[in-house]
Each structure stands twice: as C-alpha cells, then as structure tokens.
Design a protein. Structure first.
Length: 137
C-alpha cells in the first residue's frame, strides 16, 4: 500500500493525488466499462472524494450504467485516457481507473462485478468473489 498515491493521463494534462487508502478495488465487466477498457474489465479503485485532489480538467460523458444510475465517465480530452467515474447524486466517492495510476502494482482487487455483462472470452478469476451485478456491500 502506497499512500498518498498519484496518477493522471498519458499526456500529463490531468494529474491527481489521493491521500487515502482505496475503500475497494473491483474488476468491472459492465458494458460501459468495456468501452473504456477496450473489451475486458475496468479496474475500478474507489476512493473518498475529499482525499482526491486533481489538476487539469478532464472531459466528461454521462451514461446510464448497467445499475441504472447515471454516471459521468471522465477522461482526458487531449489523449483520451480514462481517469475516473462519478455516479450522479450524493455519492462522496471517486471511482478511479487503475490504468491512470502511476503505480497500480500494489492493488488487490477484491471482487469481480457485472459478470452478467462480461464477454464470453473474458478471463474471470476464481480466486476472488464474483457478482452478477453490483456488489452486495
Ligand atoms: Zn491526457
Ligand atoms: Zn463498470
């Protein structure tokens, strides 16, 4: 575990630092994540919003997630790197994309979610719990 940890997009226009440990790490196979990940799961790192500090301004695109909740998926407008998602409403968390972290090697994904939307060829680990949809917290 490396706190604080930092990340950003591939071109450097957007940077962030997180001063808290992740609350959860999911492998998400929902359809919206497949657009970001190029087909496999997104690795989603849930952090408390007050611990998230960002420089630069990502672009956002709002989609209706498989859960039915509108979610704004934020990415760099220059290089297209997926950065984080932000569900609508009073949701004090940022759902970071692990690919944007400077070092994501220490993450330990604890569950696989939205298995019901996964592609038939997606490799899904038997080592961690899996959920058909959103995890039961
Ligand atoms: Zn960029
Ligand atoms: Zn997803």
């Amino acid at each position: 575990m490396t706190v604080p940890f930092s990340g950003g997009c591939q071109c450097g226009a957007v940077r962030y630092e997180v001063s808290a440990e992740p609350l959860a790490v999911f492998l998400c196979h929902c359809r919206a994540c497949q657009y970001e990940s190029a087909g496999g799961p997104s690795v989603v790192v849930m952090v408390p919003e007050p611990a998230f500090k960002m420089t630069g301004t990502p672009k956002g695109h709002t989609v209706i997630a498989d859960s039915g909740t509108p979610t704004t998926r934020c990415f760099c407008g220059e290089c297209g790197t997926p950065l984080f998602g932000k569900p609508s409403g009073d949701f004090p968390f940022v759902m970071l994309r692990a690919g944007s972290m400077d070092d994501a090697s220490w993450l330990k994904p604890h569950s696989t979610i939205w298995v019901s939307s996964a592609q038939p060829w997606a490799a899904i680990s038997d080592d961690i719990p899996r959920f058909e949809g959103n995890p039961v917290m």
